[in-house]
Design a protein around this ligand. Structure first.
Ligand SMILES: NC(=O)C1=CN([C@@H]2O[C@H](COP(=O)(O)OP(=O)(O)OC[C@H]3O[C@@H](n4cnc5c(N)ncnc54)[C@H](OP(=O)(O)O)[C@@H]3O)[C@@H](O)[C@H]2O)C=CC1
Ligand SMILES: O=C(O)C1=N[C@H](C(=O)O)C[C@H](O)C1
Length: 248
């Protein structure tokens, strides 16, 4: 397949390596320094685009892909309040998009088990639950997209939680959960050094704590999943999330 990379930072560079290893060809690489090359004509040379840029640039890039008629895999996070609008434009125009807050296979298994666990915990009301996420200090958005997906999975399945709230804890701060109502689910975000991504669900009672945790050792898992998604979506139409691909 011919692939356009929209965003050529930490993720774009690893995706290039994985895609090339899988015998794909990179026909376009866009970062902040060559935005003038992001034209309909150049995009149309690709079979599929993979978008890992920034929360502020992702929507414009998605629209460019729609205009060029190129299916797009979106990994960028921090724009999910716009999902309904993008879904509408995608479906009305007969375009193709797949998005995921996290493309790693391990995290998608985690998402599935998280929902099963949340349903089970309806039987045990003396446990409170919270989500923690740790990422590198360059991360622009909080909470992480993965943290939001985990929280949504809990809220859909655990009757006593109705909405999530986020606290970004920086060095030296104590956890500020005093103002969290019983029906709110805390997502606590930490930004530390170069951590690739660690997500934990904690069920805490007076007598014990259950910890359910995923630790990314590097970014390769995200990149492999994104290239697999590009392969999967290249012959499809419509608006898809990664759940459609894994089909657990
Ligand atoms: N869904 C998933 O599995 C994962 C999602 N992510 C998400 O992916 C996004 C990117 O992450 P990461 O690669 O670590 O971030 P980086 O900051 O390393 O890379 C972002 C890239 O986007 C480029 N860029 C800036 N403006 C534009 C534009 N208008 N069009 C295209 N590219 C542009 C930057 O260029 P320049 O450097 O020149 O400024 C840079 O190359 C983040 O939102 C992150 O949360 C990350 C990992 C996994
Ligand atoms: O910015 C990152 O690095 C990551 N972002 C994604 C997110 O916001 O969940 C996925 C992964 O955790 C790495």
């Amino acid at each position: 397949m011919k692939i356009a990379l929209l965003g050529y930072g930490k993720m774009g560079k690893i995706i290039e390596k994985i895609a090339t290893d899988r015998k794909h060809e990179i026909v376009l690489k866009i970062d902040y320094n060559n935005l003038d090359e992001l034209t309909t004509e150049n995009l149309a040379k690709a079979d599929v685009a993979i978008e890992f840029s920034t929360p502020g640039t992702v929507l414009g890039n998605i629209k460019q892909c729609f205009n060029a008629g190129v299916p797009v895999v979106v990994g960028t996070t921090g724009w999910y309040n716009q999902l309904p609008q993008v879904k509408q434009i995608c479906e009305d125009g007969g375009h193709t998009l797949l998005y995921a807050s996290n493309f790693s296979i391990g995290v998608n298994v985690f998402f599935h088990v998280n929902k099963v666990l949340a349903k089970l915990m309806n039987n045990y009301p003396y446990y409170d639950v919270q989500v923690e996420e740790i990422h590198h200090v360059q991360k622009l958005d909080s909470p992480s997209g993965t943290g939001i997906t985990i929280a949504e999975g809990i809220i859909e399945n655990l009757d006593r939680k109705k909405e999530w709230v986020n606290v970004l804890t920086t060095d030296g701060d104590e956890t500020a959960d005093d103002n969290i109502a019983a029906d709110q689910l805390l997502i606590e975000s930490f930004r530390i050094d170069s951590v690739p991504g660690t997500h934990t669900v904690l069920y805490d009672s007076e007598v014990d704590t259950i910890e359910f945790k995923h630790t990314a050792h590097n970014r390769n898992g995200f990149a492999v999943g994104a290239v697999m998604a590009a392969e999967w979506i290249s012959d499809k139409k419509g608006f898809h999330s990664i759940e459609d691909m894994f089909n657990f």
